[in-house]
Design a protein around this ligand. Sequence first.
Ligand code: ADP
Length: 191
Amino acid sequence: MFNLILFGPPGSGKGTQAKLMEEKFGFLHISTGDLFRSEIGNETPLGLMAMEHMKKGELVPDEITIGMLQNKVNEYPEVSGIIFDGFPRTIAQAESLDKFLSEKEMSISLLISLEVEDGEIERRILKRGETSGRPDDNDVSIIRNRINVYRAETSPVFDFYAEQNKSVSINGIGSIDDIFSAISEEIKTHS
Ligand code: ADP
């Protein structure tokens, strides 16, 4: 079982790469952002709670996010691998993920971080906002807040897995195919 954390700032291309990986390796792709947007679309109580945080570019509280993630993993006991996209985003989420997996005699295999600098992130997200319909993609101050939250709360997760010798960085600027090749190499090396 190969469990990959696809890591990097908002707009770094995680969703794009995860889709390619899903096709090539047959792994289950779990995006917490997509799960929240689906809950919002269905107007569930969880979705309404999440929306209050997402629209400001803040993180959804850990207790909501962790429970939702665990339910999703538990739905697919037969998969050969999981791509975690957008999770864990805090040290508390990382600690709970490790504990949750170890109770199933599983663990994280690798964390791949897509490195993209702030100016490029801002440009990409604004461009995505032209078509994504996502309210958090349209407003520069919300985008900047998401980047700040990433640097302050999420980037320590890279070091958390680096201490377990599981973190690698990849340049997130380049063609989609080249970045995908670099990711595929890392997966092969570590499986
Ligand atoms: P992006 O990475 O491009 O910002 P996502 O779709 O991954 O987009 O996430 C959108 C929003 O959903 C985040 O800004 C945050 O509010 C919320 N979210 C997603 N994943 C998490 C998480 N693991 N913990 C807390 N909030 C999350």
